[in-house]
Design a binder for this molecule. Structure first.
Ligand code: DON
Length: 602
């Protein structure tokens, strides 16, 4: 029996119309189901659904994607810390609860990371901090490493004319560490608690030790080859093996170093026995960092980059990191489309990629240490320049990177963490020794690993570094120069100007592309913080001219569509993020499901 029998009379027309609508609805359901979009975890593709306000679409991840949407993030009412290491997060929360502000807690977290997360947390590396203080004041601190005075342009080029691996492994790979000077400068200028109090959790963790868990053991095990080549082997690989799960891991040398810093301030690291231990290790291994390099190290307060994306404010890190400029340039280009394309669609990924390509062409060619390179930063960060770049993007075609020109000149480890306090101050920090366990060199008597940040320079302009970045003269090695970074600790403000989100990550150039996508996911696609970070991501850094996507994260038909537009695509990696976001009653925070960590507060 037909559900809509056509009868003669006044209802016939209505019945016919209802039947037609039912058939149309069925056809739509069949078409959508055939497209895979009716399964719970499939993306909606094509146009934004009609009848929804603004550009809101129902976004779900491809069925093959690793993480399910809808996982809640931990919440806290007053203050929150998110980092890649549970013990370090707890150190920060301890300081918040003791009455410290976000800066006190960030410094405590930073020193604790150096103890309990040695793959990336450090006192032998450097970093960047972006701050927005309770009164609305913003600040940025650059405590990036500098090239030693004895560094030279071709120091990493071998007799065969090719780059060697000395920028990555061993004593020549290290820049002069900035972390201790940076953390102490933050504390002195914007902290409220005494040095000894904020360093107490880190000193405790080093002196009394912590219980080795599976994450710590695995980290050491995976890097045993590198660590085993240098003096850290005795501590980190006792009997040739990584520490056993359940064992207590005590770092006596590091405890002593931290106690010295707590007592003597920066001189406890840059002068005296710790500096002597570092310089001694350099001479043993053929390194070039001298005591005057150490004594002369200075962090730099900089004016943060301020910009906006669709009415939300952005506070980002200026050079010597490329992070802020590159993310702002990308977001400015994306903003030229008044409405975002549906999440996960070929159109959305094409726009993102086209924007990344252009921003990275400028980054790779033009950016470097501001003390050495003149950069058209205002132009790069301007909405007008983004419009010019947008004019060169076709809706239906990829642009080969080789066809893109940088703006004219005018005349693999890292960890991000974020802290907010009950007064509304926010601190976003990314710190690194570059690769996991840096150069592998460990300073006996000092108790810490040294960075291999020298590889972030263009060892040979035009030749790729460990991240595949092909960079130019602006980032060539020079004595005293800071190597260009991609670290991008960023604070997002809501349209009324209050802190809305803190975000940053690890992954070299993949930091920038990951941070941009999380911001876009929150602002354009109205995702929860957990979904915005857990969503699959793409990456493009201009060269190599390849659009990478996380396996299972882009629907097969979208990959095909991108190929048809002229993209060369392949599965690849992304950065990993940590973030905090304001809720109606406080804060939520999280670490990327791709990595480890803890977000916690009170
Ligand atoms: O400063 C930079 O851009 C790099 N040294 C960051 C390295 C990094 O993120 C490694 N982490 N996976």
């Amino acid at each position: 029996m037909s559900r809509f029998p056509v009868k003669a009379g006044p209802f016939a027309t209505a019945a016919l119309a209802i039947r037609a609508l039912a058939i149309l609805a069925l056809a739509v359901i069949v078409a959508v189901a055939a497209n895979g979009a009716m399964t719970a975890d499939a993306p909606l593709r094509g146009q934004a659904p009609q009848g929804r306000p603004g550009n809101v679409e129902l976004t779900t991840f491809p069925a093959e994607w690793t993480y399910r949407p809808g996982v809640p993030a931990p919440r806290a009412e007053h203050g929150m810390v998110a980092s890649n290491c549970a013990l370090a997060t707890e150190a920060g929360v301890e300081i918040l609860k003791a009455g410290g502000n976000a800066v006190d807690a960030a410094v405590a977290t930073g020193f604790a990371l150096a103890v309990a997360y040695p793959e990336a947390g450090n006192i032998g590396g450097g970093g960047y901090a972006v701050l927005r203080l309770a009164g609305g004041q913003t600040a940025a601190l650059d405590y990036r490493e500098t090239a030693p005075a004895g560094a030279s342009r071709n120091m990493f080029i071998g007799a065969d004319g090719k780059p060697t691996d000395a920028s990555l492994v061993g004593h020549l790979a290290s820049g002069v560490a900035g972390s201790v000077a940076g953390l102490l400068a933050l504390l002195e200028k914007h902290g409220t608690l005494p040095r000894a109090r904020v360093m107490a959790p880190a000193i405790r963790l080093a002196r009394d030790g912590f219980v080795v868990d599976a994450i710590f053991r695995e980290s050491v095990a995976q890097n045993a080859k590198l660590v085993g080549r240098f003096a850290g082997a005795a501590l980190f690989l006792p009997g040739g093996q990584p520490p056993a799960i359940g064992a207590r891991f005590v770092q006596a040398d590091l405890a002593q170093t931290l106690e010295r810093i707590a007592r003597d301030g920066r001189d406890g690291f840059y002068k005296g026995p710790v500096a002597a231990a570092l310089v001694g290790e350099m001479s043993r291994g053929g390194g070039i960092i001298t005591s005057s390099d150490l004594a002369g190290y200075q962090p730099a307060w900089r004016t943060p980059i301020t910009s906006s994306y669709r009415g939300h404010g952005l506070i980002a890190m200026p050079p010597s990191s490329s992070g802020g400029i590159t993310l702002v340039e990308t977001l400015n280009i994306l903003e030229t489309w008044p409405q975002a394309a549906p999440w996960g669609s070929a159109a959305a990924l094409h726009r993102l990629t086209s924007a990344f390509q252009r921003a990275f062409v400028d980054r790779n060619e033009m950016l470097g240490d501001p003390a050495f390179v003149k950069m058209p930063l205002e132009r790069l960060a301007s909405k007008a320049y983004a419009k010019e770049l947008r004019a060169g993007i076709r809706d239906d075609r990829a642009s080969p990177t080789s066809a893109l020109k940088p703006a004219p000149r005018e005349s693999r480890e890292t960890t991000n963490y974020a802290v907010v306090d009950r007064w509304g101050s926010a601190v976003a920090i990314t710190t690194t020794i570059n690769s996991l366990y840096g150069s592998g060199v460990w300073v006996p008597g000092g108790g810490f690993f040294l960075n291999n940040e020298m590889d972030d320079f263009a060892a040979q302009p035009g030749t790729a570094n460990q991240f595949g970045l092909v960079q130019g003269e602006s980032n060539a090695v020079a004595p005293g120069k800071r190597m260009l970074s991609a670290m991008a600790p960023t604070i997002v403000l809501d349209p009324k100007g209050s802190v809305e989100m803190l975000i940053g990550g690890r992954g070299g150039p993949r930091i920038i592309t990951a941070v941009v996508q999380a911001i876009v996911n929150v602002i354009d696609h109205r995702m929860t913080l957990a979904d915005a970070v857990g969503a699959p991501r793409i990456h493009h850094q201009a060269l190599p001219d390849v659009l990478e996507y996380e396996k299972g994260g882009v629907a097969a038909d979208v990959v095909t569509a991108l190929g048809a537009m002229g993209y060369s695509t392949k599965p690849g990696g992304t950065g990993s993020l940590t973030a905090i976001r304001r809720t109606a009653t406080g804060w939520e925070g999280l670490f990327d499901p791709r990595k480890h960590g803890l977000a916690s507060g009170y």
